[in-house]
Structure formats: C-alpha cells, structure tokens
Write a protein that binds this ligand. Structure first.
Ligand SMILES: [Zn+2]
Length: 686
C-alpha cells in the first residue's frame, strides 16, 4: 500500500483490485525523466524462447534481464515503474513547487503538503523527540491492571490506527447495501496471515525465530528490555492465529455475514467488555456484523487465560510497530530489517526524501496532493475515451452471456440485469472531502500522523447509521490500480492507471485492448467471480442463480481452481487455487472480453496491417504479457503465495492463455508445445 497510515481495513475490504497493494511501494532512488513508452517494446522479447512453450519467457524474457529489481524493492513491473514516475517525478514536482511558496494560508492544501514534507525531513527533531509524542499512550498501556483496562486502552488506540485482536470498520451492509453497517473483523497478527504461525517448513520457522529476535530488539530500543518478549508475543499470536479464519474461508461472503446485537455478543464473550472496546473509539451501534461467532467465543477463552503482562506487551508492540516508520532511526531500521529484509527480501530502504513524498501523499488518503495531480497530469479527454471503452466491454459481456451454454435463461436475465446496472468512476472523484480537521505542523511528524489518522477515524464514525455515500472512492486519483466493489456494483479506474502501457493514446488498438480493455474486462468479471456472483444488481448479498446454473458455475470454477493449484512457482509451494480463484476468473474473463471487443471493433474494417512483424492478434497477446511483466524476489514471491489473492505475474500471463483458442491460433500452438493443453481440459467461464 502506498501511504503508511491507518491500515487496519479500508472501506473497500471486499473490493477486488487488479493488483495487490502490498507494502512494496518502495521505489528506486535515482531520478528518471518522463519518456514515451513504445506501444509494444520489441526489445522485451527473448527470441531464444518459443512463444508456444513459454509465452511470458518469450514476450518478457529480455525485459526481465534489462530490468532487475531495485535494491529498495521486492518486486518490479509495469505498475511499479509508473508508480515510481508518479512519485519521483510528478508528485515530487508538485511538492517542490509548494516548498518554494513564501506565504501559504494556514490550513490550505499547500500548507499541509509543505509542512508534512518538512516534518518528515526534520530528522533532528524526530531524534530529539524520540518516543515522547507517544508517551501519553505508553503510560496508558503501562497502567493497565486488568483485562477491562486492556480492552479500554485497545479501543482507544484503534482511533489512532493501532490494531488489536478485533478491527472495527464501517461499510455498506451486505444485505442492505444502501445503508452503512458496523463490521467487526479478526485482526492483530503481526505476520499478516495465520499460515505464517503454523507453517512447518524451513522458511516459516526462520521467519518466526527472526520475529522473536525482532520483538526483543524493539523492546530494548524502546527502553523496555525483556528477553522473553518475543517468545511470549509469538505464543500469544499463535493462539490468536488458531482462532482465526484462513484467507480462503474469508472469501465466503455468506458464512462471514453474521449480524448480531450486543446482548448476543455478551453471551459469546462474557469476560470481555466489548461494549467498552467500541465506545472508547466512539463506535456506538447495537447491531454489528461479525465474520465468525466462534472467533468471539475463542477470544473469550484466550484473553481470559493470557496473563496481563503478555497482553500489555502485545499492545505496546502494536503501538511501536504502527508508528515505527516515523520514529527515530534505530527503531525504523529494526522494523525495516524484519518486515523489509527478512519478510520481503528488500535490501535497502528508499532514500529519505523519496519516503517523504510517500508520507506527504498520505495526507487525506492521497487526495489532497491527488487533486493537484489530476489538474496537471490527467487529460479530461481520457474520461470520454474510457466511457466508450467501458460501454464496449459491457456490450460484449452481454452478447457473451446470451451465448453461454452452461447458463439457463432465467439466470441469464438476472446476469444481464446486473450487467446493465454496473456503474463506473474514472480519473478522480467529482467531489472532494473536507480535510479541514487535518492539522499539519512543520516540525511534529507523529502529531501530524495522529491528526490524519484521527480524521480518518472520525469520518468513519460519522458514517454510522447513514446511507452509503456512493460517490466515495476507495483509491486516490494517482493510484496505479483499479477495483470492483460488489457492494456498489461499480468499477473504478483512477487516473494513475490510465497511462502507458495500460492506456496509450499513441498505440494501435490491439495494444490498448490487450492492456486497458483487458483491465476493464477484468474488473467487470469481478462482478461475476466466486464472490461478486453472490451479489445482485444493487449490491446486495442475495442468490439470484438457479440451482443448476449455480452448480455449473461452481463446477467450472472448481476445474479452474485445480488448474491453478497445480502450478508450483517455488519448489514445494503451489499456487493456492481457492485463494486466487476470483482473480484468475477475472483475468480469464478480462482477456476473453477484451479479445472479443477488439474483434467486434474490427467488423467491416480492413484487416489491420502487421506492426514490427506481428499480426494484430499477436500484438493483443503481447500487450497482455507486457502489462504483467515482472521480476520478483523469492522472499516476496513466497509471501504472496500465502497472502495475495492474485497469482504471480508469470502465471497471470501464461495461465489463462492455455484456455483460449484465439491464442493457439495467433501463435500456432500445437499439441506437444508447453502452452498446449487438451481441449477437454480448457475452461471458459464468461
Ligand atoms: Zn482483480
């Protein structure tokens, strides 16, 4: 993710994006200048590899050699390159201009941007202040005497983004998507996902033992040396992990929708005062939605049986870790050494001034600098072009639904109804939020972060009991990503992704269809993936399928789950077919829709000429491969295999192609080639 602010859960927890927003927003440190990206860069091709055997290797082999992963990153591809240019050239330029201003009005966008940047660069002040800006909270943790105290302090700390065993956020009610609901979710694992606590292989054991050392180091650096700290925290979090649902279980929107009231919560968890936990963060709602009742009864046992010193340690570590990025150098480095080096294989931190751009961007969730960004860098003409492309995809999707052989007529009517009500957002929001309560000073970094985080929290609290604001965006305009939100039945394309190689006004159609149109198709297909298909045309969780059709859909999905689960990117570690099924369906659908949209656009026109020796069909698939070209560190790859709902880039490229006859035709793939699979094993869903 981009900013390092509050990250328990954003309102779009369910939304499916085109790529994961992992914490690898680190970018190369030297500057590059804006350059024109060729439509398809033939120097990316590795001619010694046959496209019929390994399309990614062929299309991107030379690119991979020419584009090693920078020392400051764990993975590197088209998304990261655009993102780097966004930050280090475009946002850098905006910030530099702001820093030159002599008189700025207190509270203006320019004042916030300039002073946030200054406060991050003021390392003398940061070192001098040490932990003191957090002292008030540290004292509260030190004074905890009982489980009741602990619950109260944890509730209060959530307002400033410190995670606990439960996270609270506000989002549309899945069964009444017009209204906001309060959702309580499992949370609190420092390693991210439960599988990191139970994995028996060498790497998982290494990560856990390094985590123990890391926690001990952090405690020493914070003046609380305790050689048992790491082990105690790991033991507690392991028990917590045991109580949690896996990331595959969390994909089931029906099982994870449990609406209860506070009386029922009390019976599930009689020793824990959850009402206090919520009221301390100003969340007052008798009705809440939880993912699992069992989690709350397990928490009752776990928290009652854990000694208070361990619980205090958990909370203290969460506080320091949450703010570690903004604290003095020794704490920041210790945090990076574990989460950056050990977990993600990143060798170096980005330079301070580059980090400062990211941190400055985070004010107002990226929107304060974002509204200056779109004025300078987003051509309004892109909006009209996008509307046209989105409507093309919608038309083609409708035609394909009509032709599906596995779906009956009554379900088709419903599917087309849903398709017709998809809404879209392009570029940037029509209205901006009120950022006046965010107070930024030039020499008080932690205070600034606290103010920004509290603003976010208060905004969330003010949504309780209100109708959902359908105009709101889950990403800032400069984000290089896109998403589908089933609760709004909407697709969202920020200005950031409407750039080459995704969207290139200078490119031939085949390249744009393999790029941005496949992205649009991908997001549309999320409306009909394993999760999206369970929501209706207004975004309510409601089954609109006939039994037979649902069984057919599940059967096709099952085949595609098994197909991906057979891939083994690291020896002994397979792709998790169930975790990645939504994204894999979306990639397959996106490619199919984009190809058919291109075909449709060519009707009645002369056959496009070859470019660089490639037919339009070949350029379409080369463009798809180019969008996903990527290098990744083994460590980062391993993490993502456990946590990322997207398959690794190489499998996103090659995986769906083996199911498309159009690909076989474009490159003359024959039986015996490695990109060939038997016709009866090919899966087409949408
Ligand atoms: Zn996606």
């Amino acid at each position: 993710m981009k900013s390092n602010y509050t990250k328990i859960l954003v309102a779009t927890a369910l939304a499916s994006s085109i790529m994961s927003c992992n914490n690898s927003s680190n970018k190369m440190s030297e500057n590059t200048n804006t350059k024109i990206i060729p439509a398809f860069d033939t120097t990316s091709i590795e001619k010694s590899i046959r496209p019929q055997d390994d399309f990614d290797g062929y299309a991107n082999g030379n690119w991979k050699k020419l584009n090693p992963i920078p020392a400051t990153d764990g993975t590197w591809g088209a998304f990261h390159i655009i993102d780097k240019e966004n930050s280090e050239v475009k946002l850098r330029g905006i910030i530099d201009e702001v820093l030159k201003l002599k008189d700025v009005n207190e509270g203006s966008d320019e004042q916030k941007i300039g002073d946030m940047y200054r406060s991050y660069m003021d390392t003398i002040q940061i070192e001098k202040l040490g932990l003191s800006p957090l002292q008030n909270y540290i004292t509260k943790i030190d004074n905890i005497k009982s489980l009741g105290d602990w619950v109260a302090v944890n509730g209060e700390l959530q307002m400033i983004g410190v995670s606990s065993v439960v996270g609270i956020y506000v989002d549309a009610d899945d069964k009444n998507s017009k209204m906001n609901a309060v959702k309580w979710v499992q949370n609190g694992l420092s390693l991210g996902e439960k599988s990191f606590y139970s994995g028996k292989d060498e790497r998982m054991m290494m990560i856990r033992s390094e985590f123990v050392k890391h926690v001990n180091d952090m405690m020493t650096l914070c003046g609380k040396p305790n050689e048992k700290a790491g082990e105690s925290l790991l033991a507690f979090e392991t028990a917590l992990a045991n109580a949690q649902l896996s990331n595959v279980e969390l994909r089931d929107p029906v099982k994870t929708y449990n609406k209860i009231n506070s009386a029922e919560l009390k019976t599930l968890s009689k020793n824990v005062n959850w009402e206090l936990f919520a009221s301390k963060q100003n969340v007052n709602s008798d009705v809440i939605i939880i993912q699992s009742k069992k989690y709350f009864s397990d928490l009752n046992t776990l928290l009652s049986n854990t000694n208070i010193e361990t619980l205090k340690l958990f909370t203290f570590y969460k506080l320091i870790n949450e703010f570690g990025y903004y604290l003095p150098k020794n704490i920041k480095v210790a945090r990076f050494n574990f989460y950056g080096k050990t977990m993600a294989g990143i060798k170096e931190q980005k330079k301070r001034d580059i980090q400062a751009i990211d941190v400055t961007e985070g004010v107002g969730n990226g929107n304060i600098i974002g509204r200056l960004y779109v004025k300078q860098f987003f051509p309004e003409s892109s909006k009209n072009k996008m509307v046209e492309m989105i409507e093309n995809v919608r038309t083609v999707y409708g035609e394909r639904i009509d032709k599906l052989t596995w779906m009956g007529d009554s379900t088709k009517v419903m599917a087309k109804k849903k398709l017709s009500t998809f809404t879209y957002k392009i570029g940037y929001p029509d209205k901006w939020e009120d950022y006046s309560n965010i107070k930024i000073k030039p020499n008080a970094l932690i205070e600034n972060i606290l103010s920004n985080t509290l603003w976010n929290h208060n905004k969330m609290v003010s949504d309780i009991g209100q109708q959902v604001d359908k105009e709101r965006w889950g990403f800032s305009p400069q984000t290089v990503n896109a998403y589908y939100n089933p609760l709004n039945n909407e697709v969202v394309f920020p200005a950031g992704i409407l750039q080459a190689p995704f969207f290139n006004p200078n490119a031939d159609d085949a390249v744009n269809y393999g790029g941005i149109i496949a992205v649009i198709g991908h997001e549309f297909t999320h409306g009909f993936d394993d999760q999206g298909a369970q929501y209706d045309e207004v975004g309510n969780l409601r089954n609109w399928w006939s039994n037979d059709d649902l069984n057919n859909f599940k059967g096709l999905s099952k085949n595609y789950i098994n197909y991906f689960a057979a891939f083994e990117p690291i020896k002994g570690v397979h792709i998790n077919g169930e975790l990645t099924i939504g994204e894999n369906i979306a990639d397959l659908g996106g490619l199919t829709l984009a190809y058919n949209a291109l075909l449709r656009s060519l009707k009645g026109k002369p056959e496009p000429a070859k470019i660089d020796g490639f037919t339009w069909q070949q350029r379409f698939f080369l463009s798809w491969a180019q969008v996903w070209h990527n290098n990744i560190k083994d460590e980062e790859l391993r993490n993502r295999l456990q946590t990322d709902p997207h398959s690794p880039a190489r499998y996103r490229i090659n995986g769906p192609l083996k199911h498309l006859q159009e690909f076989y035709d474009a490159f003359g793939v024959k039986e015996g080639d490695k990109m060939w699979i038997p016709v009866n094993e090919r899966v087409l869903i949408w």
